[in-house]
Write a protein that binds this ligand. Structure first.
Ligand code: AMP
Length: 536
């Protein structure tokens, strides 16, 4: 027997409709690329996202067409979030920190039809436009007057002129909630970047889950600052969850330095902020010498990399801000766990609470985790036994975009992280099996770094490993065996990297060794290498 309830598809257009109807005058603040502060609200975002819908209709783009963005966090990007997905087209958010060759590969793989970009990324777009034949329309996120004349990009249009030609009369179509809504590539695995293709349903369920009190605890009283970029897993879903609860949104644009972030927090009375540890490090370093305090900030979600204990302590003791340590992945939309305490933890001594808060946290309804040992058997949840971490849930990927076989093992997604889980369900990441380095919240493929090194005629073998770094969390170094009797200096090898990969991905150091340890299966033993070199 079926229940007798209404069936409503969970669609992203429903979120913007809701925010417009119920929180129309709630502000959306953006620091623009130009440096000024722009003020909008949910009503205006809804209206302009319907203008986008009409503009896309006019372009005759089929459902499922990919509309790409290379943009900072701001109101125009937010309008595209709703305008593109609301019409059953797919918003493909691209990470501008990648090398032009990587960007070209991603745009071609996604077969993007439209590419919208902030003017600060014009040089990047100029570097790729001739190599990305699928793109039919180039849109600069600016006013008509700001559009330079001779960019070399065919039929480049300004966003304001593009949407300005269309009115806002548009009825959002109703379609299957499993329809694709947005696409985000991750290089957090080996080989080429892989696309996580989210659906309306997964996005809405993730928004419901992440807004819960034990998770991000979001409400219409919040002023939310997503420092985490909108090109990185949809800014952890904050544009959607903020629309769902009617929160004020504050976008930092490209200004992520400590002073700019602090000023914005104070000016816009931010209550809740989210970002990777590197950004908060810059914020705290700015505030400490000035003895500056927060007048509104209550909590901050820190994730993407392990949050250092000193950061949690400093936020709590010096600023009375609660740190919520979170773990997630592009493949998980991204939230998997968040570290909020249970009732029984309320009276724990501060040092015990800190120990707990350092863990990546517990899952909430909608995601399941398990840890398996080397034999594929479940590990006990005692907070000590560790194993490969697997995830399952309504907002966890099944397959990567355009791949035929599922990304799952026995129905579970292998995260590439190694973790413990304690009796209360708190997970702690202890290692990573995937061969990648995370620097300032962004991935560096160690394989790419090794491939460049071994393409140097004087290099016999190379291994790239991560070393801990106080600012960036991890930085890459490359360990090299030279070919016999061929000279090579550290400086020569480092300059060999220039132009071959993004600048920030170039290793910090080169260590020359006689031999690199190899395991029984012929693989480089990176754990051994790390043990030997990082201790030394
Ligand atoms: P991404 O897909 O770029 O969001 O990266 C996901 C990966 O980042 C995870 O699989 C972890 O390796 C790492 N990660 C994310 N959050 C944390 C955290 N809080 N602590 C340690 N590692 C993390």
């Amino acid at each position: 027997m079926f229940g007798l309830m209404q069936q409503q598809e969970l669609l992203i257009s429903g979120l913007i409709d809701f925010a417009e109807r119920n929180h129309g005058d709630t502000e959306i603040i953006s620091r623009r690329v130009e440096g000024d502060i722009h003020r909008s609200n949910w009503r205006e975002v809804a209206k302009r996202s319907r203008q986008i819908a009409n503009a896309l209709k006019h372009m005759d783009l089929e459902a499922g067409a990919r509309i790409a963005t290379i943009a900072w966090n701001g109101y125009r990007h937010l309008e595209l979030y709703f305008g593109v997905s609301g019409t059953a087209r797919v918003l493909h958010t691209i990470n501008p920190r990648l090398h032009p060759d990587q960007l070209t590969w991603i745009v071609n793989h996604a077969e993007d039809k439209v590419l919208c970009f902030d003017m600060s990324f014009l040089p990047l777009v100029q570097a790729i436009h001739a190599r990305t034949p699928s793109v039919e329309h180039w849109i600069a996120l600016c006013d008509k007057a700001q559009l330079p004349k001779d960019t070399g990009i065919p039929a480049l249009r300004s966003y304001e002129a593009w949407i300005g030609q269309h009115n806002s009369d548009f009825e959002w179509p109703i379609f299957d909630e499993n329809t694709a809504s947005s696409l985000c590539y991750t290089s957090g695995t080996t080989g080429h970047p892989k696309g996580a293709l989210y659906s309306h349903r997964s996005t809405l369920l993730h928004a419901f889950g992440s807004a819960l009190p034990d998770v991000m605890n979001m409400s219409a009283t919040d002023s939310v600052l997503p420092v985490v970029p909108m090109f990185h897993v949809n800014a952890w879903g904050l544009p959607y969850s903020s629309a769902m609860v009617g929160a004020k949104l504050v976008f930092p644009g490209p200004a992520l330095d400590g002073k700019s972030v602090y000023d914005l927090i104070e000016q816009e009375q931010v209550t809740f902020a989210a970002g990777v540890p590197t950004v908060w490090q810059m914020l705290l370093s700015h505030m400490k010498p000035l003895n500056a305090k927060f007048s509104s900030l209550k909590r901050t979600v820190i994730g993407g990399s392990a949050c250092p204990p000193a950061m949690i302590e400093s936020f709590k003791l010096d600023y009375n801000v609660e740190v919520l340590h979170a773990w997630g992945m592009t493949e998980l939309s991204p939230l998997g766990t968040l570290c909020s305490l249970k009732n029984k933890h309320r009276n724990l001594a501060p040092e015990e609470q800190l120990k707990l808060r350092l863990k990546q946290g517990r899952t909430f309804y909608g995601v399941d985790l398990k840890i398996l040992n080397d034999q594929g058997l479940p590990q006990v949840h005692d907070g000590k036994s560790y194993g490969d971490l697997y995830a399952k849930g309504s907002w966890v990927i099944n397959k990567y975009f355009k791949e035929t076989s599922p990304a799952l093992i026995d129905g579970w997604f292998p995260t590439g992280d190694v973790a413990t889980i304690d009796e209360d369900g708190y997970m702690q990441v202890v290692d990573r099996t995937k061969d990648v380095i995370k620097s300032g919240g962004e991935w560096i493929s160690s394989i790419d770094i090794e491939n460049i090194a071994v393409s140097h005629p004087h290099v016999a073998m190379a291994a790239c490993i991560a070393v801990p770094d106080p600012k960036w969390d991890e930085r890459p170094i490359v360990v090299v065996v030279k070919k016999p009797d061929l000279p090579l200096t550290k400086e020569e090898l480092l300059s060999f990297y220039e132009g071959k990969t993004a600048k920030w991905q170039i290793p910090d150091d080169v260590i020359f060794v006689e031999a690199i340890p190899i395991g029984a299966t012929g693989k480089i033993l990176k754990t051994k290498l790390r043990e030997e070199l990082i201790k030394a």
